[in-house]
Design a binder for this molecule. Structure first.
Ligand code: A2P
Length: 340
């Protein structure tokens, strides 16, 4: 079955990866409709060796679209997703706009693909940091159970978009040549205060919340419960932006519900869908973002029993935030939609 696919935000960091993914995975695209702001209308993007013209994202641009993949920011999703649905499209939304809406499934196919069929026109793609964590935790949840996770993230700038990637590169060049450093985006574009990300680590991803956590941290807390369908899971997150272009890393501490031996844990991880285990500290084998950028899987290493709590595990989890964290997960959901 061939489908008409709209990609909203086709000129952005995630949109570009969605186009590549649709191409690489031989997605059955009858017609591709790349959409962006009026600024980009008339530009082209390449798809399967052809140049396709970008259109302005207006409500009528969704006429005749079967599946629409949205990555242009939350406020644009709020405005245009209902318009796309009204015109018969199913929207896979990469933003925070609908994730906690009880009528909207929040899906990571390796964990809860069965939720896809419950959609009413919109399916949400979780936050990039949540996705890679839940893929790594799923085999542990199934075999051992857990209700307590403590995570610290080391997040790439591409999570904040193409301009943030340019900012890191420009700042790095300026820093090394002794020029003045311009700070316009990090840590959060829309806030007034900005800090350099080059040669730095910023303990703020997204805006502050009443409780002293950031929105990114609270996304990890709420989305993890919703994806597992288990309100008893407690997550504490600290999200940090680091000068990496692509690939989020996470230090994950998880308290399992029953005794385990480490080989059992490694086997569960090795056999899990979407997970690649690379774990041997003695051979200096562990995943790092520099070499995992461009790959679709979630990579796990540094598997060790906690020294304080013998039922707790420590893991290091790496994945390309633009791929499994965004584009790949969205296209996997779209594949399931087509199959259904
Ligand atoms: P444009 O390139 O025309 O600004 P990123 O996350 O890399 O910053 O990309 C954001 C994406 O969202 C881009 O494709 C961008 O298009 C698109 N976008 C931004 N604002 C709008 C808007 N008002 N309407 C439609 N698309 C938008």
């Amino acid at each position: 079955q061939q489908v008409t696919v709209a990609v909203l935000g086709a000129t952005g960091a995630v949109g570009e990866q969605i186009l590549k993914n649709l191409e690489n995975r031989s997605f059955p695209v009858k017609e591709l409709r790349p959409l962006a702001s009026a600024r980009s209308a008339g530009k082209t993007v390449s798809f399967r060796g052809e140049e396709v013209t970008v259109l302005e994202a207006t409500p009528d641009a969704f006429e005749g679209v079967d599946i629409a993949l949205f990555s242009a920011g939350g406020s644009i999703s709020e405005k245009l997703a209902p318009e796309a649905v009204k015109r018969g499209a199913v929207v896979v939304d990469n933003t925070n706009a609908f994730r906690m809406d009880p009528d909207v499934p929040l899906v990571v196919p390796e964990v809860n693909a069965h939720e896809i069929k419950n959609h009413h026109g919109i399916i949400a793609n979780p936050n990039c940091s949540t996705i890679q964590m839940v893929v790594a935790l799923k085999p542990l949840y199934d075999r051992f159970g857990f209700d307590r996770v403590i995570v610290s993230t080391y997040q790439a700038v591409s999570g904040s978009g193409a301009q943030a990637m340019e900012e890191l590169q420009a700042q790095s060049r300026a820093y090394l040549s002794g020029e003045e450093i311009k700070t316009e985006i990090m840590p959060v574009g829309k806030l007034d205060k900005h800090y350099p990300i080059a040669f730095n680590a910023i303990p703020q991803c997204d805006v502050a919340q009443e409780n002293g956590f950031t929105l990114e941290e609270m996304k990890m807390v709420r989305e993890t419960k919703k994806i597992f369908g288990d309100e008893s899971i407690g997550v504490t997150a600290t999200c940090v932006r680091v000068p990496v272009l692509r690939g989020h890393s996470e230090s994950v501490y998880v308290e399992l519900k029953r005794d385990f031996d480490l080989e059992e844990v490694r086997t569960a991880l090795r056999e899990a869908e979407g997970v690649v285990l690379e774990d041997d500290i003695h051979q200096q084998l562990y995943p790092m973002p520099l070499e995992k950028a461009g790959q679709d899987e979630v990579f796990v290493g540094r598997v060790r029993r906690d020294t304080v709590n013998p039922r707790a595990l420590n893991l290091w989890v790496v994945s390309d935030n633009l791929l499994k964290g965004a584009a790949t997960n969205a296209v996997q959901i779209a594949e399931k939609l087509v199959q259904q």
